[in-house]
Design a protein around this ligand. Sequence first.
Ligand SMILES: Nc1ncnc2c1ncn2[C@@H]1O[C@H](COP(=O)(O)OP(=O)(O)OP(=O)(O)O)[C@@H](O)[C@H]1O
Ligand SMILES: [Mg+2]
Length: 275
Amino acid sequence: MRVPGGSLSGSPTVLEDPPEAERVLRVSGLKVHFGGVKAVDGLSFSVKRGEIVSMIGPNGAGKTSAFNCITGFYKPTEGRVTFKGRDITGFRPSRITKLGMSRTFQNLRLFQDLTVVDNVRTGEHTRVPENLLDTVLHTPRYRRQERRSLEAARGWLDFVGYREPEDAAVSALPYGERRRVEIARALAAEPELLLLDEPGAGLNHNEKADLLDLIRRIQALGVSIVLIEHDMGLVMEVSERVVVMNYGKEIADGTPDEVKADPDVIEAYLGTEDD
Ligand SMILES: Nc1ncnc2c1ncn2[C@@H]1O[C@H](COP(=O)(O)OP(=O)(O)OP(=O)(O)O)[C@@H](O)[C@H]1O
Ligand SMILES: [Mg+2]
């Protein structure tokens, strides 16, 4: 399908170091400590343009905390986050979204009182600067922007395979449809890098198959993806590389086959099953 709302390539970035140009994201020496809790305690990995990198690890390993640092929701205790060659460590989430990175949340953060289509549009509006006077006066420019925004939101709902009415209240939706809306909203920001925090959680078998297909279609748009996911079938199927965390530390980074055969990874997973 046509990409709603225009190009996903964003503005060109001049990078000095050619190898760096291939990397959309680089995380170096990332640490997030909460008092004595070392949620993330030394994480370094990078994502090449167009790549799907998964982040796995037992519950409490620090995966969501790492996402929160990368997307500006947490300030790292130490370390750096570089996006498209630019140091974005400590930037606010809205600024990071505008630069071309968006995310979904493990515990969905949709607006319960807004309709589905308006929820998706909250993603877009981070990119479309609103002129207050246009808004108040309902000028032709405002109406044009509104129409474009509505069309783009509908396009993304279609893209993620949303099947319910667009004016449904989020609170009335089945869980699987809410997850689709959450992804549509993140896509509405037209990201170059998309971070998905457990998009498969709570989904049934068919919905997971749809998710796998959706992730591939997002990649085909040229979007790089970091995926946190507990479903190993999905992770191994879709990822070019897998980063494994345990107790805040990175214990492996490799292809799905390398990671599956890694003794530290096997131990981390068997250890949690024994708990
Ligand atoms: N804001 C916070 N304040 C204090 N501790 C926190 C905070 N956020 C996360 N933690 C702690 O950091 C550790 C890592 O949590 P995090 O949510 O990042 O793990 P996770 O790998 O995403 O786990 P899950 O697979 O269960 O989602 C946990 O011990 C958690 O309690
Ligand atoms: Mg988490």
